[in-house]
Design a protein around this ligand. Structure first.
Ligand SMILES: [Zn+2]
Length: 213
């Protein structure tokens, strides 16, 4: 099983790139957000614990996320994908990166999508998210077919409350700072590749595609 880790600041387009890789290479796309949503929907004990923490405005602790992730990655259905999976939005911290490394895989590549603050901010301010399934739309180039309604689940689509310019810039800078140790970690392991994430999605994907197979 190959493991591909996509990381980049908010607005780097890593979610879109993960979708394209999943589509073209048959990789499973693994996001801790999806795993948490599924656990909560199923009403599992861990899901309810996570929901309680999130409802109280807290962050789900690393050990709980790591355990849910481990269970997901070890579940047999990953074998239906063509030999690989792509991580979307995880790991974000050194602790998480070490937790992921403890889960075995055959080979690993960490692709760091680098994007300028200006471009990231512009993308994020035009981004819309489905409140029900987490699908992401973009007013510039990928609006929902019906205004305010998710194509996939008919959930409500809107701009996230924290997608205003000041908070978006803040998130970009916090990400850049926090991720540095993660970048260094994968660099030391010899699996880090940096990709220019500026420009149209198709152009960025062309740069990434060759790194996957
Ligand atoms: Zn939806």
């Amino acid at each position: 099983m190959k493991r591909l880790i996509l990381f980049g600041a908010p607005g780097s387009g890593k979610g879109t790139m993960g979708d394209l890789i999943a589509r073209d290479f048959g990789y499973a796309k693994i996001s801790t957000g999806d795993i948490l949503r599924a656990e909560i929907e199923q009403g599992s004990a861990d899901g309810l614990r996570a929901k309680g923490i999130m409802d109280a405005g807290g962050l789900v602790p690393d050990d709980l996320v790591g355990e849910l992730l481990r269970r997901r990655l070890l579940r047999g259905d990953l074998g239906e994908s063509r030999g690989g999976y792509v991580m979307d939005g995880y790991p974000r911290t050194l602790v998480q990166a070490e937790a992921l490394s403890a889960i075995a895989c055959d080979s690993e590549k960490a692709i760091f999508i680098e994007v300028s603050e200006t471009e990231a901010v512009e993308r994020l301010l035009s981004r819309l998210t489905c409140s029900k399934c987490g699908a992401i739309y973009n007013l510039r180039n990928k609006p929902p077919r019906e205004d305010g309604v998710c194509d996939l689940c008919r959930g409500e689509v809107g701009r996230r409350a924290d997608d205003n310019e000041q908070s978006v810039r803040q998130r970009f800078r916090v990400y850049a700072e926090r991720t540095l140790p993660v970048i260094e970690y994968y660099s030391r392991r010899g699996v880090l590749v940096r990709v220019d994430g500026n420009g149209a999605a198709a152009a960025v994907y062309a740069r990434i595609k060759g790194l996957v197979a």
